[in-house]
Design a binder for this molecule. Structure first.
Ligand SMILES: Nc1ncnc2c1ncn2[C@@H]1O[C@H](COP(=O)(O)OP(=O)(O)OP(=O)(O)O)[C@@H](O)[C@H]1O
Length: 720
């Protein structure tokens, strides 16, 4: 039976510092804080039972301290220390942001050499650009004879400028773009990973379209801030041209420069203020676009349902209304943009007119040379375009900041599944450092991603290698399990449920619809954690195992198995995603699952693509591939959640044979609506009112004449 003592290592540690062999052969050194709080030892077993809030400690006490990823605990965990102190738990602290300055800085810092080249070439191309109007002025002076310089010499200088500017530009653009693409690739990977490690309720809360938009449109806005602002008159170039031009204007004609400078500032200021006032319109347009994408995703992913209900017209009307909303906001946006454009132009013409009248009179009075005024005209244009460009860049920057805010608000870290994140971190740290795909998910020297893993909690985890041996040799017990779904905390689904799944035997779970059968499966799979009580395997609380390791001990075959849109062979090999699975093993599993015959009759055999979610295969074929996948995985715990209920008689027989093969020697939980499946189980548990109301064999429960007997009686047809 389960041990009543919470297995948190910290609670039983006799000394302040000791070495634990948790992950043989690696020894983990666990340093305890100088004065462990007495409350720490009395604290409840696991943080997930607590109402978790981010604290400053969560940010500073990073779990992973280096590439070797040995969990060295260096600081007391205030979350555990304060478990009895509800007031400190309810203290609201801003969770860590995914995209912040420190992350961006650490990503950019990896490309110092390229950034230095960018800075150098930026200065080079800006200098060339800013020298051009001066040479244009000199050109006019040479033409009218006021400058005693040979034309060929001047032209050759201009030629050198014209040659250098594009060369500097190429180096600037290529390096800047490369740096940003690399930063974006890492950010994209980090966002994907952050979504992946969220708790399951996070996926209940957000739509798939909303989440994929973070990686596409939102990150696209962040990418554009450099990609779309790398050309001349945008971004850094525009900024450096503005500064350079103003300096040159003051040097050339201090009497004219203040007026022009003031005008240009007025232009930029008015445009910027005006553009800022259009932010809500831009946002509404972005939202309308996202709704279109949501509607299309939902329609196409449910195309069979749409078709079966003749829902095309309904979906068209729905899509049409989204398109019209997008169109309306686009037209509104166009009006704002046109006003923007003309405002800028009006301001430019005012600048030129001022220059012509003031500058012209000064030239006539002999206070300015013709060459200088010609240069001024050039600088006026340079300045105008640069200001416009910079304002556009600021607009893009605003969009990018809004996108970052959106990404951060969705992925701010409060719903991270720490037990999963911890295991995943260890897995990817273990991978070859040279693996480029994996290195995208690791940021050397940046600890911001890792600080979320609670040090004490994680250092109490059991050895990964034990999971399957524990699960294969002992019973699984649900002890006084209470549970409510996080999105509906007020509705109690399980209410002190106790159930023992005896090692190597089959337990059938029955009960009316909505009684919580699938919920039990989700708890066993650790998609959710009990709100009270615990689940043990061989007496060990399952929370002492890393989630990534726990999933190795459990196979689930659902009514609607999901296949990936890769080949049949790859789908079966997904049972062991980390290893190189031999074709022989795949075939062996397929044969045991009664799938080999139909697979070899497919056009490309095991290399046949199965289509999106396995849509190119029949339900029974999909099911047998899922069983082959589970057979290959060879997990000691098996859960069959109505695995045959969607099949016809022939398919069911084939699948049932495969399942019988799969169940051999495993601790199995079966949820089924068919009596034939249920009555052969070693024990039958009837779930009702959030508890196990009846437990026994088929005959025992029939004799009891309780709920099971009436279920069999009243639903005999459904059962048979
Ligand atoms: N993700 C979720 N969030 C909130 N409530 C949920 C969620 N999933 C299920 N529920 C609710 O939990 C209750 C139990 O659902 P569950 O799927 O476990 O029942 P079940 O016994 O498996 O039913 P069935 O036999 O119809 O599959 C239901 O009232 C359901 O509405």
């Amino acid at each position: 039976m389960a041990s009543a003592t919470p297995p948190l290592l910290l609670q039983t540690l006799p000394t302040r510092s000791l070495t634990l062999s948790l992950h043989a052969p690696t020894k983990f050194k666990l340093k305890l804080p100088p004065s462990p709080s007495p409350r720490l030892r009395q604290s409840r077993p696991f943080p997930p039972l607590l109402k978790r809030h981010w604290t400053a400690t969560a940010i500073t006490s990073a779990y992973v301290t280096g590439p070797a990823s040995d969990p060295i605990v260096t600081e007391p965990d205030r979350k555990l220390d304060s478990t009895d102190d509800e007031s400190s738990l309810t203290e609201k602290v801003q969770p860590p942001e995914l995209i912040g300055w420190s992350l961006l800085w650490s990503l950019l810092a990896k490309h110092k050499v390229r950034l230095v080249v960018c800075a150098f070439t930026l200065v080079g191309c800006t200098s060339c650009t800013l020298s051009m109007p001066i040479f244009s002025g000199r050109f006019f002076e040479v033409l009218i004879g006021s400058r005693p310089e040979p034309l060929w010499r001047l032209l050759s200088k201009i030629g050198v400028l014209y040659a250098l500017e594009p060369v500097f530009t190429v180096f600037f653009v290529v390096n800047m773009n490369t740096v940003w693409e690399k930063v974006m690739a890492t950010l994209r990977a980090q966002i994907f990973r952050r979504v992946l490690i969220q708790k399951v309720e996070f996926f209940d809360r957000y739509k798939v379209g909303e989440l994929s938009a973070l990686l596409t449109s939102d990150l696209g806005s962040v990418k554009d801030i450099v990609s779309e602002n790398i050309s001349r008159d945008r971004g850094f170039r525009a900024f450096s041209e503005i500064i350079g031009t103003i300096c040159i204007l003051f040097a050339l004609a201090p009497q004219l420069a203040p007026i022009l400078g003031f005008l240009v500032l007025a232009v930029s200021f008015s445009v910027a203020v005006y553009k800022r006032s259009t932010v809500p319109v831009f946002k509404a347009h972005g939202k309308a676009q996202a709704s279109i994408s949501d509607c299309a995703t939902e329609t196409f992913s449910a195309i069979r349902t749409v078709r079966s209900f003749g829902g095309e017209k309904h979906q068209m009307l729905n899509f049409g209304s989204q398109v019209l909303a997008y169109q309306r906001s686009g037209i509104k946006l166009g009006a704002f943009k046109s006003v923007n454009e003309s405002l800028t132009r009006v301001a430019v013409y005012i600048s030129l007119l001022t220059l012509y009248s003031l500058g012209g009179s000064k030239v006539k009075a002999g206070l300015l040379s013709v060459g200088t005024i010609a240069s001024f005209i050039g600088y006026t244009f340079t300045l105008t375009f640069a200001v416009q460009g910079l304002v556009n860049t600021l607009g893009d920057l605003r969009g990018a900041l809004a996108a970052i805010e959106r990404i951060n608000s969705v992925l701010s870290g409060v719903e991270i599944d720490e037990a999963l994140a911890y295991g995943l971190e260890r897995q990817i740290q273990k991978k070859e450092i040279h693996d480029e795909k994996i290195s995208l998910f690791l940021i050397n020297g940046y600890s911001g991603q890792n600080e979320v893993f609670n040090t004490h909690y994680m250092s109490a985890l059991k050895s990964a290698s034990n999971v399957c041996s524990f699960a294969g040799s002992g019973d699984i017990c649900l002890e006084d399990v209470h549970f409510s779904y996080p999105l509906r905390p007020e509705v109690k689904i399980l209410n002190g449920l106790n159930l023992t799944l005896k090692c190597g035997t089959v337990t059938a779970l029955v009960g009316s619809s909505g009684s919580g059968k699938s919920t039990i499966v989700q708890l066993l799979a650790r998609f959710y954690e009990p709100t009270k009580g615990r689940i043990t395997v061989s007496g060990e609380d399952v929370r002492t195992f890393e989630k990534t390791e726990w999933v190795q001990a459990i196979s689930i075959v659902n009514q609607e198995p999901v296949l990936f849109s890769v080949s049949v062979g790859e789908n079966i090999a997904y049972g062991l995603p980390d290893d190189n699975v031999s074709k022989d093993d795949i075939i062996k599993a397929a044969k045991a699952a009664n799938a080999h015959e139909f697979i070899i009759s497919l056009p490309q055999g095991y290399d046949t693509l199965v289509g999106e979610r396995g849509g190119l295969l029949s339900g029974g074929q999909r099911q047998r591939i899922a069983i082959a996948r589970a057979l290959l995985k060879n997990a000691p715990i098996l859960i069959l959640d109505e695995a045959t209920s969607a099949l016809d008689a022939v398919s069911e027989r084939l699948v049932q044979d495969a399942l019988d093969q799969l169940m051999k020697g495993r601790t199995t939980l079966v949820i089924a609506h068919r009596l034939s499946t249920v009555q052969n189980a070693n024990q039958i548990a009837l779930c009702s009112g959030g508890r196990i109301a009846e437990l026994g064999t088929h005959l025992e429960l029939l004799d009891k004449k309780g709920q099971y007997a009436s279920l069999v009686g009243t639903q005999r047809l459904a059962f048979e």
